[in-house]
Design a binder for this molecule. Structure first.
Ligand SMILES: NC(=O)c1ccc[n+]([C@@H]2O[C@H](COP(=O)([O-])OP(=O)(O)OC[C@H]3O[C@@H](n4cnc5c(N)ncnc54)[C@H](OP(=O)(O)O)[C@@H]3O)[C@@H](O)[C@H]2O)c1
Length: 466
C-alpha cells in the first residue's frame, strides 16, 4: 500500500453533483477527479451526512461484469444493491464507487483471470499467475471523499477486514461493521470460499451449496435447485420483486391431505431432503395460517446443510396460536395480517417475538398477495418459497404470482383436499419447460406456470369428436 506524494492543489476535486432517483429512493451522486490515479470516482449519498456519526458507508470497487451485467461469478452486484437497500432503509449513508475494476487489475486482466479460473485456478492464484497481486485496490480516494463529505465516523458495510484496516490507516473512524451476506450458488461458490479461506473475508458459508445430510440427492436434483436459485436472482434483478416458487407434495389424484386441517406425510425420504435443500435455496418460506393450525410446522432446514429461510405466515385475523412451533424459529417469525386482527392478538404475538406486519386486504378480506410481496421486498427478500397449504397455493396461482413450481408426486391415491378448483378466481396455468426427476419412489415435476395459449404439442382440453 503506497500513498502517492501530495501536491499543493488537492489531488481529489469534486467536479459535479446531481440528484439520482433509484428504485431504492433518491440519492445525490457526486463526481470526483483524482489527480493521483487520473480516475473519476463517485459518491452516491442519501440524507444529510455532513457532521454525522455512524454514517452507513459502503466503499465499493467497480465491477463492470457484476454491477452492470449481473454476472453471477462474483457477489459484487448483489452487495451493491444490498448496500443501496440498507442505506435507503436507514435514510442515510454513502456508497463510494471507486474505479478500480477487478480488484485493481483492470477489466481485460480480470477476464483473463476468469479464463484461468475456468481451468481450475482460484481467484487469488489466477491474479498471481498474471503477474498481479491478489488484491491491488487502494482506498486513499475513499478516505478523501469521506472527508470532503464531512462524515464524522462510519459504520462500514463490508465483509473485508483489509478494507477496514486500510481506511483506519487513512484516519477514518470506523465504529462498526455491517456484514453483507451474499447468496451462494454453483457459479460463485468457489469464489466465495476462496475469499473466506485466502482473503480473510468475514462470511458465514455453508460447506458447499447445498451439502447433503439427509437422504442422498441425485446430481440432477441438486443441479435443478442451483438452476432455480440462479433463475430467482435473475428474476429479482430484472423485476425488483421477489421470485415466488410454489412447492408442495400431492398424491397421484392431486390431494394435499386427506381433509382440510389434517396433516398427511406424503413425501418420501428423498423428496423431503430435496424440499429442505429447496428451502435453503430461498430467502423466505411462506405458508398460510391453515397450515400452521393443521401441521404446526417448523419450516427449518434440517436434512441438508444450509441457511434457514425467513418464515412468513399469511394470517389476516391472527389465528396463529401462541404455542405455534414457528414462534420458536431461530430467525423469528413474520406474520402478515390485516386490520381484521385485534390489537390484543397483535400484542400477544409480538410479545412472543413475532414481527406483525399489517397490510391491505384483497377483495376477499385476506392479506393482499401483491402487498405481501412488496413487504417482503422492502425487507430484502429476493426469493420466497410458498409451501402451502391449499388456499394459499390457489391464491398465488390464481393471481398469476407463482413464477415457478416444484411439485412432488407421491405414488398414492388419497381422495382428499385439492389445491385448485374449477371455480378458481382466474384461469389456471399449465407448466412450461417441464422437467421430471425421480426422487426415491416419488417424482418431482419442475416447470414454469404460464397462462394463456397452450404450446403446439400440448393436447387440447376439449376433445375432438371421434
Ligand atoms: N402436501 C403438502 O405439501 C402440504 C403443504 C402445506 C399444507 N398442506 C395441508 O394443507 C392443509 C392446509 O391448507 P389450508 O388451505 O387449510 O391452509 P393454508 O392455505 O395454509 O392457509 C389458508 C388461510 O390463510 C389465510 N390467508 C391469508 N391471506 C390469504 C390469501 N391471500 N390467500 C389465501 N389464504 C390466505 C386465510 O385465513 P385467514 O382468512 O384467517 O387469514 C386462509 O384460510 C392442511 O391439511 C395441511 O396439512 C399440505
Amino acid at each position: 500500500m503506497s500513498q502517492p506524494s501530495s501536491s499543493i492543489t488537492p489531488p481529489l476535486v469534486r467536479t459535479a453533483s446531481a440528484r439520482i432517483p433509484t428504485v431504492y429512493g433518491a440519492f445525490f451522486l457526486h463526481h470526483y477527479n483524482d489527480a493521483r490515479d487520473a480516475k473519476e470516482h463517485l459518491a452516491l449519498v442519501m440524507g444529510d451526512v455532513r457532521g454525522r456519526s455512524d454514517a452507513l458507508v459502503r466503499v465499493h470497487s467497480e465491477c463492470m461484469t457484476g454491477d452492470t451485467f449481473g454476472s453471477l461469478r462474483c457477489d459484487c452486484g448483489e452487495q451493491l444493491h444490498m448496500a443501496m437497500q440498507r442505506i435507503a432503509s436507514a435514510a442515510q449513508g454513502v456508497i463510494i464507487y471507486l474505479r478500480q475494476e477487478g480488484r485493481g487489475i483492470g477489466l481485460a486482466q480480470k477476464l483473463r483471470a476468469y479464463n484461468l479460473q475456468d481451468e481450475g485456478y482460484d481467484t487469488v492464484d489466477a491474479n498471481l499467475m498474471l503477474g498481479h497481486q491478489a488484491d491491488e485496490r487502494e482506498y486513499w480516494a475513499a478516505a478523501d471523499i469521506l472527508r470532503d463529505l464531512g462524515v464524522e465516523s462510519i459504520q462500514l458495510l463490508t465483509n473485508n477486514p483489509a478494507k477496514i484496516e486500510q481506511l483506519r490507516g487513512y484516519g477514518i473512524q470506523i465504529n462498526g461493521r455491517v456484514p453483507l451476506q451474499p447468496s451462494m450458488h454453483a457459479d460463485n461458490a468457489a469464489y466465495l470460499q476462496t475469499k473466506v479461506a485466502r482473503m480473510r473475508h468475514l462470511l458465514q458459508l455453508p460447506p458447499a451449496p447445498p451439502t447433503l445430510a439427509g437422504a442422498a440427492l441425485t446430481p440432477d436434483l441438486t443441479a435443478r435447485i442451483s438452476q432455480l436459485q440462479e433463475r430467482s436472482l435473475h428474476h429479482f434483478a430484472r423485476t425488483h420483486s421477489p421470485h415466488v416458487t410454489i412447492s408442495y407434495a400431492q398424491s397421484l389424484d392431486g390431494s394435499l391431505s386427506v381433509e382440510p386441517g389434517a396433516p398427511l406425510a406424503l413425501s418420501g425420504a428423498t423428496s423431503m431432503t430435496m424440499t429442505h435443500a429447496l428451502r435453503a435455496a430461498h430467502d423466505a418460506i411462506l405458508v398460510g395460517v391453515g397450515t400452521v393450525l393443521a401441521d404446526n410446522p417448523r419450516l427449518t432446514v434440517r436434512l441438508v446443510a444450509g441457511a434457514n429461510p425467513q418464515p412468513v405466515v399469511l394470517d389476516s385475523a391472527l389465528r396463529t396460536p401462541l404455542d405455534a412451533a414457528l414462534l420458536n424459529h431461530p430467525r423469528g417469525l413474520w406474520i402478515l395480517t390485516t386490520e381484521r386482527s385485534s390489537s390484543d392478538a397483535r400484542h400477544a404475538l409480538a410479545a412472543r417475538g413475532a414481527e406483525i406486519v399489517v397490510l391491505p386486504p384483497d377483495e376477499s378480506g385476506r392479506v393482499s398477495l401483491s402487498a405481501a410481496l412488496a413487504a417482503l421486498y422492502a425487507r430484502g427478500v429476493r426469493s420466497v418459497m410458498v409451501e402451502g397449504g391449499a388456499h394459499v397455493l390457489e391464491s398465488f396461482v390464481a393471481s398469476h404470482l407463482a413464477h415457478y413450481a416444484v411439485i412432488t408426486l407421491a405414488p398414492r391415491l388419497v381422495g382428499g383436499l385439492h389445491a385448485y378448483h374449477a371455480g378458481s378466481n382466474g384461469a389456471l396455468p399449465r407448466l412450461a419447460q417441464v422437467a421430471y426427476t425421480p426422487a426415491g419412489e416419488d417424482l418431482i415435476v419442475w416447470g414454469e406456470p404460464v397462462w394463456g395459449q397452450p404450446a403446439v404439442d400440448t393436447p387440447a382440453l376439449t376433445p375432438e369428436p371421434i
